[in-house]
Design a protein around this ligand. Structure first.
Ligand SMILES: Cc1cc2nc3c(=O)[nH]c(=O)nc-3n(C[C@H](O)[C@H](O)[C@H](O)COP(=O)(O)O)c2cc1C
Ligand code: FES
Length: 625
């Protein structure tokens, strides 16, 4: 009863009350108070952020300085390669690679005395200079963090922090100042295109669903994100779930829906937990549920956890999964805007698409459409991973070149290695080589290169990656994830995988290239769903740009990158070997022998090519060929 009373007390019944709450939160904020934000994103948590957060809470309590310090644990702050990261406000001093034992010093020196701890600052490798503030770190400075920037500012489990930043004002504007037609018009004019893969114009999709016949309509958020290396959608749902919910409220009002679903994979426990808390809090505050803000409009959201199949991100498979059926795609004769979940009109958008909506409603389509290129408006959030110094979440205005992303923001390739390719668009995207690095990031430009924007996965590869092995890996992944319902995808991917595996084992045949090209086209043309239709991209794009590497494997039985085990050989350079015996002691198959202080040799029959000898030799005497 008491709980119910408390919940009722929190309920905001009018827009005026929402504004009053926002104002009181702003007024009540002591601007002289220091703020500590510990990143609670997945990468930082894996590196010990939970222990750091606990240490901060204990230290603040022990010193009884709660009134001086505001502590919060945020979602992913973006610069995952430098985790665990800690921001000290109000000016956002950026501390990186923080350890729990650094916490008392941060409190004593930075919080209480205002001194900077140089050891914890990020050093810009280009100028070898420490950088104090987050805004000056090149990784952040060159981005436009319209969507993910808020992650660093709020505790995602506290709705009031979102409200204090202007949260739910777009929903209020939409509900009270705009008609559904006007909202759809605004989204259309903004030029927003879906961020889930296809880049379909969002306004057009909303309009089809708005005019579709039916009393019951659904709004769905696609947070499946099954692409290897991608984690931007999970980080937005986990770091700023209210932005997605607010977008869904606006979409629901625009099309006349009263029920929404967030489909998120179960392997994202943080996103599931934070989205669930956000829904509960929005219900408590009257921002979801019946008669939102007294507008007469009612809308509720339910979370549905996916089982982790990549194909369940595809719209028709997602619908089947939501309906409790096996998550398999269907042939789409009718658009789901007309006949989707339980055969009712349904509006499905990606997490990032929804998160863009409040921004467009608040700032206007004219403002939004000035960002980006002619055909791709706004910003795009990427997971920049692989052989890159500054791996993390990157948000850029559309139109920034791949080179700028990889070198200026991503900090280039580790160890001075040579860039080889970037795989954009997830497993069924395509590999883009060095000569196209000056291509602007834009839906159509990336498609023109045989790759795609996809949902924002970007995997960087260097000279040590074998392109045939990379294609084999992605085809193997897609083969495993294919639902198996249609023959071209099921059999075609199995055949492609078999050919690629043979090539990486040195058993390639000259006709393989033509066979793979033909197969790729057949799978594309004949597959039932988007998985199959794009599945051959990793092979077709690598054949287009890296044919020589395939030919080296097939004709010369060589792997230029030195990755494919059957095609490499380790030998010992007798001139460099001093017979120290370290490699022999480390070799688990006892393939290395030789007298003490005399050059050793490797028995090729016993060698399993694990590379331990190369790693353990200090004199560079082990040669990989
Ligand atoms: C195999 C496959 C996997 C997909 N996975 C996702 C996903 O994880 N998230 C997503 O938003 N869209 C995914 N899509 C795209 C969806 O089918 C759909 O187009 C998208 O959710 C629509 O939202 P948008 O218009 O905001 O992009 C996938 C498509 C295919 C073919
Ligand atoms: S998880 Fe902390 S910066 Fe990404």
């Amino acid at each position: 009863m008491e709980q119910l009373q408390q919940a009722l007390d929190k309920r905001i019944k009018t827009v005026v009350q929402l504004e009053q709450l926002r104002q009181s939160l702003i007024d009540g904020k002591d601007t002289g108070r220091m703020a500590v934000s510990v990143c609670g994103g997945t990468a930082c948590l894996a590196l010990g952020a939970r222990e750091i957060a606990t240490a901060f809470k204990q230290e603040i309590e022990k010193r009884e300085i709660q009134v001086k310090v505001e502590f919060k644990e945020t979602g992913c702050q973006g610069f995952c390669a430098r985790g665990p990261v800690v921001l000290v406000g109000p000016k956002n001093i950026f501390y990186q690679k923080v350890k729990p034992e650094d916490v008392p010093e941060i409190i004593e020196e930075t919080i209480l005395k205002g001194k900077i701890i140089k050891r914890l600052l990020y050093t810009d490798p280009a100028v070898k200079q420490e950088i104090t503030y987050e805004a000056d770190v090149p990784f952040y400075k060159k981005q436009a963090r319209l969507i993910i920037g808020t992650n660093s500012e709020i505790d995602p489990t506290d709705i009031e922090q979102y409200i204090a930043l202007g949260g739910y004002s777009a929903a209020a504007k939409a509900l009270f100042q705009m008609s559904p037609e006007k909202i759809v018009d605004e989204i259309t004019r903004s030029g927003l295109r879906g961020r889930g893969g296809g880049g379909f114009p969002t306004g057009r999709k909303w309009q089809s669903c708005r005019v579709a016949e039916g009393d019951i309509k659904y709004v769905i958020c696609n947070g499946d994100e099954g692409d290897p290396g991608s984690y931007q959608d999970g980080s937005i749902l986990g770091g700023n779930p209210h932005s997605v919910i607010e977008g869904m409220i606006i979409g629901a009002y625009a099309i006349g829906s009263h029920e929404g679903y967030i489909y998120v994979r179960n392997e994202y426990p943080l996103a599931v937990k934070h989205a669930r808390i956000a829904i509960e809090q929005a219900m408590d505050y009257g921002l979801l549920g019946d008669n939102i803000l007294g507008s007469g409009f009612s809308f509720k959201v339910t979370i549905n956890k996916g089982g982790g199949a990549f194909v369940c991100g595809e719209s028709s498979a997602l619908i089947a999964s939501l309906e409790g059926k096996v998550g398999e795609p269907k042939a789409k004769y009718v658009h789901m805007a007309e006949k989707g979940l339980w055969d009712r009109p349904s509006l499905l958008n990606n997490v990032k698409t929804w998160a863009n909506v409040p921004l467009i409603i608040n700032k206007g389509s004219a403002w939004y459409s000035k960002i980006g290129t002619a055909g791709s408006k706004g910003t795009m959030v990427f997971s920049l991973v692989g052989k890159i110094n500054n791996s993390g979440l990157v948000e850029i205005p559309m139109g920034v070149t791949l080179r700028k992303m990889i070198y200026d923001i991503g900090g280039g390739i580790p160890g001075g290695k040579k860039f080889k390719a970037v795989q954009a668009g997830g497993p069924s995207g395509g590999c883009i080589p060095e000569q196209y690095l000056d291509t602007p990031v834009d839906f159509d430009e990336l498609t023109g290169l045989g790759s795609m924007m996809g949902s924002g996965g970007m995997i960087v590869m260097d000279e040590d990656n074998c392109i045939v092995d990379v294609a084999r890996y992605f085809i193997e992944f897609l083969k495993g994830e294919s639902c198996g319902k249609c023959v071209p995808c099921r059999e075609g991917l199995a055949k492609l995988s078999e050919i690629l595996t043979r090539i990486t084992r040195g058993e390639g045949r000259p006709e393989d290239i033509e066979t793979m090209t033909d197969l790729g086209e057949i799978i594309h043309d004949g597959a039932l769903c988007g998985l199959g239709r794009s599945a051959a991209n990793p092979v077709l794009s690598t054949l287009r740009y890296f044919k020589d590497e395939y030919l080296a494997h097939i004709n010369d039985k060589k792997c230029p990158a030195g990755v494919c085990r059957e095609l490499i050989e380790y030998t010992i350079d007798t001139k460099k070997c001093n017979g120290c015996g370290v490699c022999a002691r480390n070799c688990t198959t006892k393939a290395i022998s030789g007298e003490k202080r005399k050059a050793h040799t490797i028995n090729q029959g016993l060698c399993v090519k694990c590379g331990v000898c190369e790693d353990s030799c200090k004199f560079g005497a082990v040669v990989k060929r």
